[in-house]
Design a protein around this ligand. Structure first.
Ligand SMILES: Nc1nc2c(ncn2[C@@H]2O[C@H](COP(=O)(O)OP(=O)(O)OP(=O)(O)O)[C@@H](O)[C@H]2O)c(=O)[nH]1
Ligand SMILES: [Mg+2]
Length: 299
């Protein structure tokens, strides 16, 4: 409940960590609705996106980011650069660590980048390890960087998530809210729709293929009866990927379209007619215009 006599607070809180740590799962749990796609594969998130939660008079703007790691390809470098932007922009940083994987060189590298900033530690996936190991990790990581708070959670089971909201609200500065009270995300619907299709592609396709494609919502039509017609293009890097994405008699892309349509229908609470078109753009990952479409920068 909003207390009219209490001053408003508002702040930006980054969710940073290695790929696959559970940042997007946590964002969705914090917001209470799916705003960021999640898969079991690393490097699912491709750009910063905001999810908004309210606690009493505080508006908390969580910024989900791509995982930070030692990037090699052009796309990977753009993802990491985008994530690192959040380190300069936010009032507070939540370092999300997958406790099953523990403290790796890349975690240590990230701790270096967080030095001197306001940080809290999120030990995620606590459902996967013993309590003694959890306590050991909490101590080790706090010895390396003194965190203002440490939370032990399971984002997947939404365990410990409300404690984060409750505890960090007071850490944010006083100031007017940035977004209307009912807004949950800054992602335009066309991009959300493209993300849902990309999630289904990630879940359905294997090896390097999901990483070498992108999805764009090309057109969106609202009909008088409430239905939505969406045309999307799936861009592939190579001609040889096309038969795999299409599948025998087009079955693979049909299944992906069906799964995306079902989820979009639920999400928008309207009937969705989704049409997927597969196009090859050799080496799109080297072309700036594709990064612009994704809200990223090439260099
Ligand atoms: N067991 C367990 N799995 C989890 C938990 N949180 C997330 N996961 C799983 O971890 C995987 C990665 O989750 P994401 O939320 O996509 O991770 P991410 O950090 O956003 O990954 P990138 O976007 O690739 O950087 C998914 O399969 C999740 O279901 C948890 O608390 N426990
Ligand atoms: Mg993610």
């Amino acid at each position: 409940m909003v207390d009219a006599d209490k001053k408003q607070r508002c702040g930006f809180i980054s969710l940073v960590g290695l790929p696959n740590a559970g940042k997007s799962t946590l964002l969705n749990a914090l917001v209470g609705q799916k705003v960021s796609i999640v898969t079991h594969k690393a490097q699912t998130t491709r750009f910063r996106l905001r999810g908004i939660a309210l606690h009493q008079n505080t508006q908390m703007i969580f910024v989900d980011t791509p995982g930070i790691f030692s990037a090699k390809t052009t796309l990977e470098k753009a993802l990491v650069k985008d994530a690192e932007t959040a380190l300069g922009e936010c009032d507070l940083h939540l370092l999300v660590v997958d406790v099953k994987r523990g403290i790796t060189d890349e975690v240590e590298n990230l701790l270096g980048k967080l030095k001197g900033k306001r940080c809290a530690l999120i030990l995620n996936k606590m459902d996967l390890i013993q309590k003694e190991r959890l306590l050991y990790l909490a101590k080790e990581l706090n010895d390396m960087l003194p965190f203002e708070r440490t939370f032990m959670i399971s984002a997947l089971n939404e365990f410990g998530v409300q404690d984060i909201i409750h505890d960090i609200a007071d850490m944010l500065p006083e100031g007017p809210w940035h977004y209307p009270e009912d807004q949950l995300s800054d992602l335009p619907m066309r991009m959300m729709a493209a993300e849902i299709t990309r999630e289904k592609l990630f879940l359905r396709l294997h090896q390097e293929l999901p990483y070498s494609l992108m999805v764009e919502t090309e057109s969106w039509e609202d009909f008088d009866n409430g239905d939505i017609k969406i045309n999307q293009v799936i861009y592939l890097q190579r001609e040889s990927h096309k038969p795999i994405v299409l599948g025998k008699n087009g079955e693979t892309v049909k299944k992906i379209g069906q799964l995306a349509r079902e989820e979009l229908t639920k999400l928008f609470d309207r009937k969705v007619h989704l049409f997927l078109h597969v196009k090859v753009r050799e080496n799109w990952q080297e072309k700036p215009e594709f990064y612009n479409k994704m809200g990223l920068q090439l260099h």
